[in-house]
Design a protein around this ligand. Sequence first.
Ligand code: C5P
Length: 286
Amino acid sequence: MQINVKAHAKINLTLKVLGKRADGYHELETVMQTLALHDVVTLTPRVGEITLGVKGEAPAGKDNLVYRAAELLQQYTGCRQGAAIVLEKNIPMAAGLAGGSADGAATLWGLNKLWNLGLKPQELLILAAQLGSDVPFCLQGGTVLARGRGEKLTPLPDAPRMGVLLVKPNFGVSTAAVYQGFASVKPTKRPDAGAMEQALFRQDPVAVAAELANDLEYVTLAMFPQLQRIKDQLHRAGATGVLMSGSGPTIFCLTPVGESKQLAENLNISDAQVIATTTFQPQINC
Ligand code: C5P
């Protein structure tokens, strides 16, 4: 038996930092949305050991979340089975798109099946939170309000289907450094998850675009002023609803479905990867 699991990217439609906690993490309120863009994790049974092969750009070593997810499952269940895992990367790394987290979530879900472990969704979500703040959302997917450090999930009305154009500059950012920098910025447009929820409920893409806001954008833009140029270029090309995702540095904009490729052609951006995708609602939620 071989199992293929799609590991979907995400964007944050809103991201509000509520404060720093005693454990060093930041308390969040964020509306997250799954994208069609995905990696593929292929799992094949193997006696004893876990091996990881990577097609594309990602670390193949033991700090890859795929590997850590497999080891965590073995530790938690005492399972002695192994797996040959192949990761096909399409989601840019260190981009604010939760690519690594999606791979970790897909591995938890897939190995639970491959190894016949019978873990319930609730157990998988607890293991996911141990791997990283975005991993529980990646396991669940869809349109979700996440609180706590990102692990407390409440499903929201599905976002209207929209085109999403991603612009990922040719550098990554450290999530920890961006959160650290939050203390020294004063965001002017604060995210309003309630207003975003209303916009989603009304299936109103114009209102969704109007409510986009991310507290961390102020930090990453101060660190990398070239991001403002990308935002300006998107606006000049006619985009509305332009925002940084997560801790960045990817800038996204929302478009009517089928129009993001055309927008990409109107852009004159060098030193960045431009990817046209759409919002996506998974059929099988955790
Ligand atoms: O949970 P994860 O390992 O993805 O987080 C990476 C880093 O981002 C953390 O070590 C922390 O510095 C920062 N972070 C935070 N508050 C969150 C999520 C992440 O401060 N809610």
